[in-house]
Design a binder for this molecule. Structure first.
Ligand code: CMP
Length: 137
């Protein structure tokens, strides 16, 4: 079993898409082992996306991520990291395959509805950034 970290981003929460996205997650065999609905501060978003701090889109992207409530998730499944990335689709919805969450819901590369860890080490960092071990069941 593998765990990955996911976010339902402000653009999706704002458009009442949380339930539909959670349904897709569960119907694809992921167990939701931790879940928290919250509002990120700008500083929390900046810390979370620290690897992108030199990128030109960093100020705008971290403002967008702290612009409204998000749903933070830890997902468990065999091959969870790769399978969640497949279900999300490409970062830019213009490149996302049919049937993926980003193809169906994302508005643009910044308001792209969901986030997912890209590797084992980032998944470990991202889960621990928002959840303690006692919150994951
Ligand atoms: P995410 O998977 O959360 O990881 C980093 C985020 O930065 C990414 O999704 C996008 O929402 C955002 N991002 C990546 N590239 C760009 C870009 N060129 N312009 C704006 N936002 C971007």
């Amino acid at each position: 079993m593998e765990r990955t970290f996911a976010i339902i981003k402000p653009d999706a929460v704002e458009r009442n898409l949380s339930e539909e996205i959670l349904e897709r997650i569960e119907s694809q065999g992921f167990k939701i082992v931790a879940m928290k609905r919250t509002l990120l501060s700008k500083a929390q978003a900046e810390g979370f996306y620290d690897v992108h701090k030199e990128r030109p889109f960093f100020p705008s992207m971290t403002s967008t991520m702290s612009s409204g409530p998000v749903v933070l998730l830890v997902l468990e499944k065999e091959n969870a990291i790769a399978d969640w990335r497949k279900l999300m689709g490409a970062t830019n919805p213009a490149d996302a395959e049919a049937g993926t969450i980003r193809k169906d819901f994302a508005e643009n590369i910044e308001r792209n509805s969901v986030h997912g860890s890209d590797a084992t080490e980032t998944a470990a960092f991202e889960m621990s950034y928002f959840f303690s071990q006692t919150e994951i069941h």
